[in-house]
Design a protein. Structure first.
Length: 293
């Protein structure tokens, strides 16, 4: 939008996540949505690059005839096959949809950081693939060739219909609910459900001192994704506070049903794509326990 010439200063009470005023530039102060500023600073403190991590042990294990089983090799490829394109879907949503319509300057600042982190994650997957000498076309095209990966990607992309339309604008009840739905799907489902069985597989390798360089990168990625998830939850809750009329019983029920569908898609992905020997007992990294699949 064009810059407005006015002698009036920014009114913090008119700032909103969407449909706010004074969104022509990123003017941080006065600051209303402090959770976004805190997330931005946390992201900066957590900065990392994949090339800082040694892949020597991973390379030796991958070349070895005995260090990794055939099932473990398949599992790593499946993890990379899903991850390789998943982060780019999240990045596209930030750049092509979310940023355009969010009017909070501090939230926009964090979205820029988040978009960069998604690029770092895609770089990490390429770094692993290149280091191990994997078939790049196999890994980066897996979302087109494995049905359960395709189903997860197609599910989240279906909620971009309308949002990516250049004529889409927030400001009406229907459009604002559509935008809120998009945030729920990409933050809570994409980054809060669809990543975690693959994370669990990688951390089970790490516990066995296998593929530790790859697992260390995935550990940093999980830290970033957890921050993305928390930020998305804050966005949803703040929009609920600022525009409570959007959070209707019907909308809530629809979001619950979407989460249920996503859990089923993730379960199908885990059971279909990973060998049974891998998913028989997967280490739960955050709890230190085990879970039967």
């Amino acid at each position: 939008m064009p810059i407005q010439f006015t002698k009036q200063r920014v009114d913090i009470n008119k700032r909103r996540i969407i449909n706010g005023e004074d969104a022509d530039v990123v003017q941080l102060y006065p600051m209303k949505h402090k959770f976004a500023w805190e997330a931005y600073n946390t992201g900066n403190a957590n900065h990392w690059l994949p090339t800082e991590i040694s892949m020597q042990q991973d390379i030796e294990q991958w070349k070895s005839q005995t260090a990794l089983s055939a099932d473990e090799r398949i599992a790593l490829k499946v993890v990379l096959g899903f991850f390789a394109t998943a982060d780019s879907l999240a990045a596209n949503n930030i750049v092509l949809a979310a940023y355009k319509h969010i009017t909070s300057p501090e939230c926009r600042l964090y979205l820029l950081r988040q978009g960069y982190e998604e690029a770092v994650h895609t770089h990490a997957y390429q770094y692993i693939v290149e280091s191990l000498g994997l078939d790049e076309s196999e890994i980066f095209n897996m979302y087109r060739e494995r049905q359960s990966i395709y189903n997860k990607d197609a599910f989240v992309l279906s909620f971009n219909d309308g949002i990516f339309d250049p004529n889409f604008k927030t400001g009406t009840f229907a459009a604002d609910q559509k935008f809120l739905e998009n945030i729920v799907v990409f933050s809570i489902i994409m980054e809060g459900i669809f990543f975690y069985s693959s994370f669990a597989v990688m951390f089970s390798f790490q516990r066995q001192n296998k593929l530790v360089g790859s697992a260390e990168q995935i550990q940093y990625i999980m830290r970033d994704e957890s921050q993305h998830l928390n930020f998305g939850i804050e966005l949803v809750n703040t929009i609920k506070q600022e525009q409570p009329e959007l959070w209707t019983p019907e909308f809530q029920e629809r979001m619950i049903n979407l989460v249920k569908q996503a859990v089923q898609l993730e379960y199908t992905f885990a059971t279909d794509c990973f060998p049974k020997g891998i998913m028989g007992r997967v280490t739960e990294y955050q709890t230190g326990g085990t879970r039967e699949w």
